[in-house]
Design a protein around this ligand. Structure first.
Ligand code: ZN
Length: 137
């Protein structure tokens, strides 16, 4: 059977200070982040942790206009998005648009951790920001 969304790829957590949250998550998960990366186009610095087979992404704003800065202003620190892995992001974007969901970008964008990404507007998803991501290979 074909799975449109193959698994939860990671959870994205908005934080005020990547440095402090890296220390906290290193305590919680028992391992340090395996990667830190800035995504200039999104105005974020990210770090990635493994929890067994699962991944956690911490996101800190790099400027006041960053979506992460706005999120924290409104809702405080915490879970920011759920990212699902897909094998064909363009096909899934077309399918979801056909289902009446609103995409935040019309073309896949380069995201952190070597992925093509697209976000779905939380207004259409019951309040949760959803990210689709496909390995860039
Ligand atoms: Zn993400």
């Amino acid at each position: 059977m074909y799975h449109h969304l193959t698994k939860i790829e990671h959870l994205g957590i908005a934080v005020k200070s990547l440095e402090q949250s890296n220390t906290l998550y290193t305590k919680i998960l028992g391992v340090p982040p395996y990667k830190e990366e800035e995504v200039v186009s999104e105005g974020v610095r990210t770090s990635f942790f493994r929890a067994g087979l699962n991944k956690i992404e911490l996101l800190q704003a790099t400027n006041p206009d960053s979506p992460i800065a706005k999120f924290i202003e409104k809702r405080g620190e915490g879970i920011h998005h759920v990212a699902y892995a897909v094998e064909d992001i363009k096909a899934e974007m077309a399918r979801l648009e056909g289902e009446g969901l609103t995409l935040l970008n019309t073309q896949p964008k380069v995201g952190a951790d070597n992925k093509w990404v697209c976000f779905l507007h939380p207004k259409g998803t019951g309040g949760t920001l959803i990210e689709l991501c496909q390995d860039r290979g």
